[in-house]
Design a protein around this ligand. Structure first.
Ligand SMILES: [Zn+2]
Length: 398
């Protein structure tokens, strides 16, 4: 299927160093972006679906790099179904598992945690709830896991490992486990801050610097923050990605953003939600954190959209996160919310408002065009102005 989006007001690329693309059109061919900027009349005429963005802002689909995936579109912690599909209506087009720790009665032995990671990876490999790309299967690091186990997991398609919920005596016991997981080619992640479940200890700068995982999960606290002085150390003494989460400490989120900017470390500043958790289900969590950061710092809103898209894609090695030819066709249309004081999506975000969503496309398929069921209404009206897609309405969208 070919999709053309025309009459776009602004295009945010996902690359914070070059956050804007010129022109006002995006053409999608199959699951990939074919062109960004301008589109010839021929290209628009050849499209199966034409969407008129009415001057809205196009951004890459948001990538939430901290979602508590289990199985299906279900969160046992909040006993709710359909949350992933709801997050898509908040502009999140990719959810990355923070490990399947919420699976009731989750295994803690070596064979059990391996099987859990493989099963989770498989269950989402070809299934997109509501259109959401879910990267699941993050092996929970438990004592006893060895290099050969990580090699086996990697060979079976698992790409993530998580430190912080294992039955270790000291958090320093994760050091060899993280090293083996990294050596096997897994992307390693680590809980940061105060303990979030009974029995897990605090993880602070000393632990992170010894472990050196790829990503410090909720470096701003999940939900309890580590000492302020440790942010500076982690930024200066490591290459660890700095993930800030909605369900954490807002003051240290701002502290971390300002430090990352001042110390030239913004490439590794990434935004996520850390939900569903005890903090709830937050379909608009990514938009809230982007608005908090943009409105409470002197940095521009597009920079934080890029932290929620391209930066996450780079850290996790994804083919999405950017509006550029060849990238995955995951696109969100944003606008100033109806009834607000601002004229554009970016101005509204800078003002501290939640942007309104007027359309979401994932894998080249328009999942909805018009009204998100979670954000406020848009000021402008995005519409499908041409479609020659035959539909039989017999299968549920996925
Ligand atoms: Zn978490």
């Amino acid at each position: 299927m070919k999709v053309a989006i025309v009459n776009i007001g602004e295009i945010v690329t996902g690359n914070w160093r070059e956050p804007f693309a010129g022109g006002g059109a995006i053409v999608v061919d199959g699951e990939r972006i074919a062109s960004v900027g301008s589109a010839s009349a021929d290209a628009v005429n050849a499209a199966d679906v034409v969407i008129d963005a009415d001057g809205m802002t196009a951004i890459p689909g948001l990538i939430d790099s901290h979602v508590h995936i289990t199985f299906g579109d279900y969160t046992p912690r909040q006993r709710t179904v359909g949350y992933l599909e709801s997050y898509l209506h908040g502009g999140t087009t990719t959810a990355i598992s923070a490990s399947e720790v919420h699976v009731p009665g989750r295994p803690r032995d070596v064979e059990g945690v391996k099987a859990l990671a493989v099963a989770a990876q498989r269950c989402f490999a070809d299934w997109r709830p509501g259109g959401m790309k879910v990267i699941a299967g993050s092996v929970i690091l438990e004592p006893g896991l060895q290099r050969k186990d990580f090699d086996e997991l990697k060979q079976k398609g698992v790409r993530l490992a998580k430190a912080g919920f294992g039955a270790v005596k000291s958090s320093f016991d994760y050091v060899p486990l993280v090293a083996d997981a990294k050596a096997a080619g897994l992307t390693t992640t680590c809980h940061t801050g105060g303990s979030s479940i009974p029995g897990s200890g605090a993880i602070t700068g000393d632990h992170l610097l010894k472990m050196h995982p790829h990503v410090s999960f909720h470096i701003n606290g999940g939900p309890t923050a580590m000492p302020d002085a440790d942010f500076e150390r982690v930024i200066a003494e490591s290459e660890i990605a700095l993930q800030v989460c909605t369900a954490g400490n807002l003051r240290t989120t701002l502290l971390c953003a300002r430090l990352a900017q001042a110390r030239g470390a913004f490439d590794r500043f990434i935004i996520a939600t850390d939900t569903p958790t005890g903090s709830g289900i937050m379909p608009l969590g990514m938009l809230y954190t982007i608005a908090h950061l943009a409105s409470l710092t002197d940095m521009p809103p597009e920079q934080f959209i890029c932290a929620a898209t391209g930066n996450n894609a780079k850290v996790y090695g994804l083919d999405s996160g950017y509006l550029a030819p060849g990238k995955a066709a995951d696109i969100v249309l944003l606008d100033a919310p109806d009834g607000g004081t601002q004229q554009t999506a970016l101005a509204a975000i800078k003002h501290g408002d939640i942007a309104a969503i007027g359309g979401v496309i994932t894998a080249g398929v328009p999942r909805f065009v018009g009204r998100s069921r979670n954000t406020p209404a848009t000021t402008r009206k995005a519409r499908v102005t041409a479609s020659r897609v035959t539909q039989d309405f017999s299968a549920a969208a996925h």
